[in-house]
Ligand binder design. Structure first.
Ligand code: AMP
Ligand code: MG
Length: 346
Protein backbone atom coordinates (compact mmCIF):
# COMPACT_ATOMS: atom_id res chain seq x y z
CA UNK A 1 0.00 0.00 0.00
CA UNK A 2 1.17 3.55 -0.72
CA UNK A 3 0.94 5.89 2.24
CA UNK A 4 -0.41 9.31 1.22
CA UNK A 5 1.00 12.44 2.83
CA UNK A 6 -1.91 14.82 3.48
CA UNK A 7 -1.93 18.43 4.64
CA UNK A 8 -4.29 20.10 7.11
CA UNK A 9 -6.12 22.07 4.41
CA UNK A 10 -9.85 21.55 3.79
CA UNK A 11 -9.75 19.11 0.87
CA UNK A 12 -7.13 16.88 2.49
CA UNK A 13 -9.14 16.74 5.73
CA UNK A 14 -12.10 15.48 3.70
CA UNK A 15 -9.89 12.83 2.10
CA UNK A 16 -8.65 11.76 5.54
CA UNK A 17 -12.24 11.53 6.82
CA UNK A 18 -13.24 9.47 3.75
CA UNK A 19 -10.40 7.03 4.39
CA UNK A 20 -11.52 6.65 8.02
CA UNK A 21 -15.15 6.10 6.94
CA UNK A 22 -14.02 3.40 4.48
CA UNK A 23 -12.23 1.47 7.25
CA UNK A 24 -8.71 2.74 6.50
CA UNK A 25 -5.81 3.75 8.75
CA UNK A 26 -4.88 7.42 8.98
CA UNK A 27 -2.20 8.89 11.24
CA UNK A 28 -3.49 12.10 12.79
CA UNK A 29 -1.65 15.02 14.40
CA UNK A 30 -2.55 15.90 17.98
CA UNK A 31 -0.97 18.18 20.58
CA UNK A 32 0.43 15.13 22.43
CA UNK A 33 1.88 12.74 19.81
CA UNK A 34 0.70 11.50 16.39
CA UNK A 35 -2.15 8.98 16.65
CA UNK A 36 -2.72 5.95 14.43
CA UNK A 37 -6.43 6.39 13.74
CA UNK A 38 -9.28 4.20 12.54
CA UNK A 39 -13.07 4.23 12.88
CA UNK A 40 -13.43 3.39 16.59
CA UNK A 41 -16.81 1.77 15.99
CA UNK A 42 -15.57 -0.64 13.28
CA UNK A 43 -13.87 -3.72 14.79
CA UNK A 44 -12.28 -4.68 11.48
CA UNK A 45 -10.72 -1.24 10.99
CA UNK A 46 -9.54 -1.15 14.62
CA UNK A 47 -8.00 -4.62 14.18
CA UNK A 48 -5.72 -3.17 11.48
CA UNK A 49 -4.22 -0.74 14.03
CA UNK A 50 -2.98 -3.64 16.16
CA UNK A 51 -1.46 -5.32 13.08
CA UNK A 52 0.28 -2.16 11.78
CA UNK A 53 1.83 -1.41 15.17
CA UNK A 54 2.51 -4.98 16.27
CA UNK A 55 0.48 -4.04 19.35
CA UNK A 56 -0.63 -6.69 21.89
CA UNK A 57 -4.40 -7.29 21.64
CA UNK A 58 -4.97 -6.68 25.37
CA UNK A 59 -3.80 -3.06 25.12
CA UNK A 60 -6.90 -0.84 24.72
CA UNK A 61 -7.13 2.21 22.46
CA UNK A 62 -8.20 5.75 23.26
CA UNK A 63 -11.36 7.01 21.56
CA UNK A 64 -10.92 10.55 20.16
CA UNK A 65 -13.99 12.78 19.96
CA UNK A 66 -14.43 16.28 18.52
CA UNK A 67 -16.69 17.61 21.24
CA UNK A 68 -17.31 16.80 24.91
CA UNK A 69 -21.02 16.25 24.19
CA UNK A 70 -20.04 12.98 22.43
CA UNK A 71 -19.06 11.52 25.83
CA UNK A 72 -22.69 10.51 26.30
CA UNK A 73 -22.71 8.50 23.04
CA UNK A 74 -19.93 6.17 24.18
CA UNK A 75 -20.01 6.21 28.00
CA UNK A 76 -22.73 4.61 30.15
CA UNK A 77 -22.17 7.04 33.00
CA UNK A 78 -20.69 10.53 32.88
CA UNK A 79 -20.06 11.65 36.47
CA UNK A 80 -19.91 15.30 37.47
CA UNK A 81 -16.10 15.03 37.80
CA UNK A 82 -15.89 14.12 34.11
CA UNK A 83 -17.96 17.17 33.17
CA UNK A 84 -15.72 19.39 35.31
CA UNK A 85 -12.53 17.94 33.82
CA UNK A 86 -13.85 18.31 30.27
CA UNK A 87 -14.80 21.94 30.89
CA UNK A 88 -11.40 22.73 32.35
CA UNK A 89 -9.00 20.68 30.18
CA UNK A 90 -10.70 19.88 26.83
CA UNK A 91 -9.73 20.15 24.12
CA UNK A 92 -6.44 19.05 25.65
CA UNK A 93 -4.01 16.31 26.73
CA UNK A 94 -6.34 14.52 29.18
CA UNK A 95 -7.88 11.06 28.71
CA UNK A 96 -10.72 9.99 31.00
CA UNK A 97 -11.55 6.35 31.73
CA UNK A 98 -15.32 5.86 32.04
CA UNK A 99 -17.81 2.96 31.88
CA UNK A 100 -18.27 2.02 28.22
CA UNK A 101 -21.56 1.75 26.29
CA UNK A 102 -22.10 -1.28 24.06
CA UNK A 103 -21.92 1.06 21.04
CA UNK A 104 -18.13 0.66 21.31
CA UNK A 105 -16.73 -2.67 20.05
CA UNK A 106 -14.62 -4.91 22.31
CA UNK A 107 -11.66 -4.63 19.92
CA UNK A 108 -11.37 -0.93 20.78
CA UNK A 109 -11.51 -1.44 24.57
CA UNK A 110 -9.54 -4.73 24.53
CA UNK A 111 -12.59 -6.32 26.14
CA UNK A 112 -12.68 -4.00 29.17
CA UNK A 113 -15.97 -2.60 30.46
CA UNK A 114 -14.42 0.88 30.42
CA UNK A 115 -13.23 3.17 27.65
CA UNK A 116 -10.59 5.91 27.46
CA UNK A 117 -11.94 9.09 25.81
CA UNK A 118 -10.17 12.28 24.80
CA UNK A 119 -10.90 15.46 22.84
CA UNK A 120 -7.55 16.49 21.30
CA UNK A 121 -6.36 20.09 21.06
CA UNK A 122 -5.82 20.01 17.31
CA UNK A 123 -8.39 21.72 15.08
CA UNK A 124 -7.54 19.68 11.96
CA UNK A 125 -7.96 16.37 13.76
CA UNK A 126 -11.21 17.47 15.41
CA UNK A 127 -12.45 18.42 11.95
CA UNK A 128 -11.51 14.98 10.56
CA UNK A 129 -13.47 13.33 13.40
CA UNK A 130 -16.46 15.60 12.75
CA UNK A 131 -16.39 14.97 8.99
CA UNK A 132 -15.99 11.19 9.45
CA UNK A 133 -19.04 11.17 11.74
CA UNK A 134 -17.43 8.52 13.96
CA UNK A 135 -15.02 8.65 16.89
CA UNK A 136 -11.42 7.83 15.96
CA UNK A 137 -9.71 5.10 17.95
CA UNK A 138 -6.01 5.88 18.05
CA UNK A 139 -2.94 4.76 19.96
CA UNK A 140 0.38 6.47 19.33
CA UNK A 141 1.49 6.09 15.70
CA UNK A 142 4.75 4.21 16.35
CA UNK A 143 5.88 0.61 16.09
CA UNK A 144 4.90 -0.98 19.40
CA UNK A 145 7.61 -0.53 22.05
CA UNK A 146 9.41 2.29 20.20
CA UNK A 147 9.39 5.99 21.09
CA UNK A 148 6.15 7.72 20.08
CA UNK A 149 6.07 9.85 16.93
CA UNK A 150 5.97 13.65 17.16
CA UNK A 151 6.38 14.53 13.46
CA UNK A 152 4.91 13.18 10.21
CA UNK A 153 8.45 12.08 9.23
CA UNK A 154 8.63 9.88 12.36
CA UNK A 155 5.27 8.35 11.42
CA UNK A 156 6.47 7.58 7.88
CA UNK A 157 9.66 6.04 9.28
CA UNK A 158 7.62 3.51 11.29
CA UNK A 159 4.44 3.17 9.21
CA UNK A 160 5.17 3.85 5.51
CA UNK A 161 3.45 1.20 3.41
CA UNK A 162 1.40 -0.04 6.37
CA UNK A 163 -1.19 2.75 6.60
CA UNK A 164 -3.33 4.68 4.10
CA UNK A 165 -2.27 8.22 5.00
CA UNK A 166 -0.60 10.56 7.43
CA UNK A 167 -1.92 14.08 8.00
CA UNK A 168 1.07 16.39 8.51
CA UNK A 169 0.18 18.87 11.25
CA UNK A 170 3.78 19.78 12.08
CA UNK A 171 5.62 18.88 15.30
CA UNK A 172 3.46 18.07 18.34
CA UNK A 173 3.33 20.87 20.93
CA UNK A 174 3.27 18.74 24.11
CA UNK A 175 5.27 15.80 22.76
CA UNK A 176 4.34 13.13 25.32
CA UNK A 177 1.09 11.15 25.50
CA UNK A 178 -2.00 12.33 27.36
CA UNK A 179 -2.51 12.26 31.10
CA UNK A 180 -4.89 9.36 31.88
CA UNK A 181 -7.29 9.58 34.82
CA UNK A 182 -9.60 6.72 35.78
CA UNK A 183 -12.98 8.01 37.00
CA UNK A 184 -14.65 4.62 37.52
CA UNK A 185 -13.60 4.13 41.16
CA UNK A 186 -14.54 5.95 44.38
CA UNK A 187 -11.54 8.33 44.04
CA UNK A 188 -10.07 9.54 40.69
CA UNK A 189 -6.88 7.66 39.91
CA UNK A 190 -3.92 8.83 37.83
CA UNK A 191 -2.92 5.98 35.50
CA UNK A 192 -0.41 7.86 33.36
CA UNK A 193 1.18 11.32 33.78
CA UNK A 194 1.09 13.54 30.69
CA UNK A 195 0.63 17.11 29.52
CA UNK A 196 -1.70 17.92 32.43
CA UNK A 197 0.31 17.72 35.68
CA UNK A 198 -0.95 15.68 38.66
CA UNK A 199 -1.09 18.85 40.82
CA UNK A 200 -3.47 20.55 38.39
CA UNK A 201 -5.81 17.55 38.49
CA UNK A 202 -5.65 17.32 42.26
CA UNK A 203 -6.47 21.01 42.61
CA UNK A 204 -9.64 20.56 40.60
CA UNK A 205 -10.66 17.14 41.93
CA UNK A 206 -9.72 17.54 45.59
CA UNK A 207 -8.30 14.00 45.76
CA UNK A 208 -6.25 11.92 43.37
CA UNK A 209 -4.75 8.47 43.86
CA UNK A 210 -1.48 7.85 41.96
CA UNK A 211 -1.57 4.34 40.53
CA UNK A 212 1.55 2.22 41.10
CA UNK A 213 1.86 1.85 37.30
CA UNK A 214 3.03 5.49 37.33
CA UNK A 215 5.86 5.05 39.79
CA UNK A 216 7.12 1.50 39.64
CA UNK A 217 7.92 -1.28 37.28
CA UNK A 218 5.05 -3.66 36.57
CA UNK A 219 5.66 -7.34 36.00
CA UNK A 220 4.50 -8.69 32.64
CA UNK A 221 1.96 -11.04 34.30
CA UNK A 222 0.52 -8.38 36.61
CA UNK A 223 -3.12 -7.32 36.46
CA UNK A 224 -3.04 -3.57 35.85
CA UNK A 225 -5.64 -0.90 35.29
CA UNK A 226 -3.87 0.72 32.35
CA UNK A 227 -2.83 -2.37 30.42
CA UNK A 228 -0.36 -0.51 28.21
CA UNK A 229 1.75 0.44 31.20
CA UNK A 230 3.15 -3.05 31.69
CA UNK A 231 4.83 -3.30 28.29
CA UNK A 232 8.33 -2.21 27.38
CA UNK A 233 7.82 1.31 26.12
CA UNK A 234 9.46 4.32 24.52
CA UNK A 235 12.65 2.32 24.08
CA UNK A 236 15.34 3.03 21.47
CA UNK A 237 17.69 0.20 20.42
CA UNK A 238 20.38 1.50 22.78
CA UNK A 239 20.31 0.80 26.49
CA UNK A 240 19.27 3.88 28.46
CA UNK A 241 20.71 4.68 31.91
CA UNK A 242 19.35 7.65 33.89
CA UNK A 243 22.03 9.62 35.74
CA UNK A 244 20.60 11.69 38.61
CA UNK A 245 22.26 14.41 40.66
CA UNK A 246 23.78 17.81 39.89
CA UNK A 247 25.07 18.50 36.38
CA UNK A 248 28.65 18.50 37.71
CA UNK A 249 28.29 15.16 39.54
CA UNK A 250 26.64 13.62 36.47
CA UNK A 251 29.41 14.89 34.20
CA UNK A 252 32.08 13.45 36.54
CA UNK A 253 30.29 10.09 36.67
CA UNK A 254 29.75 9.86 32.92
CA UNK A 255 33.28 11.04 31.98
CA UNK A 256 34.81 8.30 34.13
CA UNK A 257 32.79 5.60 32.35
CA UNK A 258 32.31 6.90 28.82
CA UNK A 259 33.24 4.38 26.11
CA UNK A 260 32.93 4.19 22.29
CA UNK A 261 29.25 3.68 21.37
CA UNK A 262 28.07 5.77 24.33
CA UNK A 263 26.07 8.98 24.05
CA UNK A 264 24.63 11.56 26.44
CA UNK A 265 21.05 12.84 26.41
CA UNK A 266 21.07 16.07 28.38
CA UNK A 267 19.57 19.51 28.96
CA UNK A 268 20.60 22.39 26.67
CA UNK A 269 22.19 24.11 29.68
CA UNK A 270 24.56 21.13 30.06
CA UNK A 271 25.89 20.88 26.49
CA UNK A 272 29.21 22.59 27.39
CA UNK A 273 29.69 20.36 30.42
CA UNK A 274 29.29 17.24 28.28
CA UNK A 275 31.47 18.48 25.39
CA UNK A 276 33.29 15.58 23.74
CA UNK A 277 30.83 12.99 25.11
CA UNK A 278 28.54 12.87 22.06
CA UNK A 279 25.80 14.95 23.75
CA UNK A 280 22.27 15.52 22.40
CA UNK A 281 20.12 18.13 24.14
CA UNK A 282 16.36 17.51 24.21
CA UNK A 283 15.28 20.81 25.77
CA UNK A 284 16.01 23.30 28.56
CA UNK A 285 15.84 22.19 32.19
CA UNK A 286 14.34 25.59 32.99
CA UNK A 287 11.51 25.01 30.49
CA UNK A 288 9.98 21.55 31.13
CA UNK A 289 7.63 22.01 28.15
CA UNK A 290 10.66 22.05 25.85
CA UNK A 291 11.82 18.74 27.39
CA UNK A 292 8.48 17.00 26.75
CA UNK A 293 8.34 18.45 23.23
CA UNK A 294 11.87 17.25 22.42
CA UNK A 295 12.20 13.91 24.22
CA UNK A 296 10.92 11.42 21.63
CA UNK A 297 12.60 13.16 18.68
CA UNK A 298 15.91 13.01 20.57
CA UNK A 299 15.48 9.32 21.47
CA UNK A 300 14.71 8.61 17.80
CA UNK A 301 17.74 10.61 16.62
CA UNK A 302 19.95 8.54 18.93
CA UNK A 303 18.52 5.38 17.37
CA UNK A 304 20.98 5.61 14.48
CA UNK A 305 22.66 2.23 14.81
CA UNK A 306 25.92 3.63 16.22
CA UNK A 307 24.82 4.27 19.81
CA UNK A 308 24.76 1.33 22.22
CA UNK A 309 24.32 3.12 25.53
CA UNK A 310 22.67 6.44 26.40
CA UNK A 311 23.41 8.25 29.67
CA UNK A 312 20.25 10.32 30.18
CA UNK A 313 19.60 13.38 32.31
CA UNK A 314 16.09 13.47 33.73
CA UNK A 315 14.11 16.43 35.14
CA UNK A 316 12.88 16.53 38.73
CA UNK A 317 9.71 18.35 39.76
CA UNK A 318 6.00 18.24 38.97
CA UNK A 319 3.83 19.31 36.07
CA UNK A 320 4.88 17.92 32.70
CA UNK A 321 8.30 17.01 34.20
CA UNK A 322 6.53 14.09 35.90
CA UNK A 323 5.52 12.80 32.45
CA UNK A 324 9.03 13.24 31.01
CA UNK A 325 10.47 11.37 34.00
CA UNK A 326 7.92 8.57 33.60
CA UNK A 327 8.72 8.08 29.88
CA UNK A 328 12.48 8.21 30.44
CA UNK A 329 12.21 5.72 33.32
CA UNK A 330 10.29 3.34 31.07
CA UNK A 331 12.76 3.71 28.22
CA UNK A 332 15.52 2.98 30.77
CA UNK A 333 13.57 0.04 32.25
CA UNK A 334 14.04 1.98 35.53
CA UNK A 335 17.86 1.74 35.48
CA UNK A 336 18.91 4.80 37.49
CA UNK A 337 22.19 5.92 39.08
CA UNK A 338 22.53 8.72 41.63
CA UNK A 339 25.83 10.35 40.61
CA UNK A 340 26.03 12.19 43.97
CA UNK A 341 26.31 8.84 45.77
CA UNK A 342 29.07 7.46 43.55
CA UNK A 343 32.69 8.15 44.50
CA UNK A 344 34.73 9.47 41.58
CA UNK A 345 36.73 6.64 39.98
CA UNK A 346 39.39 8.50 38.08
P1 AMP B 1 -1.30 4.85 23.57
O1 AMP B 1 -2.28 5.73 22.88
O2 AMP B 1 -0.43 4.05 22.66
O3 AMP B 1 -0.51 5.62 24.57
O4 AMP B 1 -2.16 3.77 24.37
C1 AMP B 1 -3.34 4.06 25.03
C2 AMP B 1 -3.20 3.71 26.48
O5 AMP B 1 -4.36 4.20 27.17
C3 AMP B 1 -3.23 2.21 26.76
O6 AMP B 1 -1.97 1.64 26.65
C4 AMP B 1 -3.76 2.14 28.18
O7 AMP B 1 -2.71 2.28 29.11
C5 AMP B 1 -4.66 3.37 28.27
N1 AMP B 1 -6.09 3.01 28.19
C6 AMP B 1 -6.89 3.06 27.12
N2 AMP B 1 -8.13 2.63 27.42
C7 AMP B 1 -8.11 2.28 28.71
C8 AMP B 1 -9.08 1.76 29.61
N3 AMP B 1 -10.33 1.49 29.24
N4 AMP B 1 -8.70 1.54 30.89
C9 AMP B 1 -7.44 1.82 31.27
N5 AMP B 1 -6.48 2.32 30.47
C10 AMP B 1 -6.79 2.55 29.21
MG1 MG C 1 1.83 4.29 22.78
Amino acid sequence: MTTQLLSTTGYDLERAAELIKKGGLVAIPTETVYGLGANGLDPEAVGKIFLAKGRPQDNPLILHIHDASQLYDFCREVPQTAVLLAERFWPGPLTMILPVRDTVPKTTTAGLDTVGVRCPDNAATREIIRLAGVPIAAPSANTSGKPSTTTAAHVLHDMEGKIDAVVDGGPCRVGVESTIVDLTGPVPRLLRPGGIGPEELERLLGALVIDRAVTGEIRADAVVRAPGMKYKHYAPEAEVLIVEGSSEAAARYIRSRFAPGDAVLCFTEELDLFAGLNPTAYGCALDPGSLSAGLFAALRALDNGTVQRIFARCPTGGGVSAAVRNRLQKSAAYRTIDAEQVKSEK
